[in-house]
Design a protein around this ligand. Sequence first.
Ligand code: H79
Length: 454
Amino acid sequence: NRDNSFAVRFPEGLRQTPDSVARQEQWFRDAKFGAFIHFGVYSTLEGEYQGRGSGFRYSEWIQISAKIPAEEYHQVAARFNPAEFDADQWAKTFKDCGIRYVVITSKHHDGFALFKSLVSDYNIVDYTPFKRDIIKELSEACHRQGLKFGVYYSHAQDWDEPDAPFLNNRAKRTDIHPDLPDDFRPDIDRYITRKSLPQVEELVKNYELDLIWFDTPVEMNLERVKRFSEVVRKHRPDCLINSRIIHSGRGTIEAQYLPYYDYVSIGDKEVPTRKLPLYVESPDSVSSSFGYKTKGECYYHSEKEMIDRFVHTVCAGGNALINNGPMGNGRLDPEAVRLYGAIGDWLKVNGESIYATRRNPLPERPAWGDASVNKDGKTLYLHVLEWPESGALGVSGLPGVVTSASFLAGGDAAPFSQQGDALTLSLPAAPLDPYDTVIKLSLDTPAGSGSARS
Ligand code: H79
């Protein structure tokens, strides 16, 4: 059963709030392609610290995987100097690859902020020789390029704060804070009041945020979620909020929390395979890590995998937020840029089958690929991810009569015949695109909304 293998469960009858839909419709639903950026102190370590830690998949977890005490990690932070960081160059690279929005780690679980903060001097401006506010520079550069801009913020976990909840299955709180008194009792609300809530307020007040990406909701509850959501809504009512404010990306979505966020983040690196009742975003990555990693196990996806994952996400009715981990010197990872470029080159030819489309309206996801549809329901895009050797491509469950069929690459007509709701297309021997050949069908009857089938 597909539903059970999917990490997020959507109970029957869930409906998004009208406010959330209105916020999404300002830009989010049409954007489809976002760049996620994991950048911080950990980027300089590349997955290993003094020979330890590389066994962990995620390099941004190095403080836990290598059990680095706060005092030592502070010394690494105090040397953080991404001197080659160029916000305009980053933003232009993303824009050229067809990316429509950018979400960067303003503070990951290590507690170090990439923005000027009066709440804590453990931030890039006050703590490092670099002294520049990365969030400010990147937000301005993105907006100059016409990209939307958002920040990731770790609102619950903060390894630098003994009061914050600690995932203690891999390291103990005292591995990081060896001098804590024996009777120390962590108090998450003290941490929220002193650091994470006021830093979120700084972010929404001081930066032009289109989106805030909370992660991960360890020990969150209704009262805590309301505090975070309300401070965002108060200062920046149009700013989108993701579901990680309360939902981890696994397990059941609870209706009582729907007013406090705007869309659902599915599991990390999860590719949706079916129609979903709420608007989703998949936090994917070009590689097996989020932070830049060169030590220990790390693989990059192939160009084909990137396009398959991207296309299935959009055809399931969602956005792909695809991560890259910039290098400690402040430059983008060339491998990430190459993989973004593969999607970007494909989008230059096939973008109309992605941007502003809606999810597959056919009753099933076809075995050879997937489908998307334009907003008025009258143009269907067939994404042929696996080229049929027979030369015949079958489509069933069509809502109306097909009046024309053509290849998006080049525009040539594709011969077809229709019988009832079943269509057969005759394809050339070789695909027109090495990854996804798109065929555009015009219908005489609009396809329905493709409402969720459970
Ligand atoms: O920011 C990225 C991750 O660092 C963050 N979410 C994405 C977007 C994240 N936080 N928590 N988790 C992911 C889940 C925890 C996974 C872990 Fe593990 C299991 C951490 C330690 C054990 C996998 C195995 C990662 C490191 C070892």
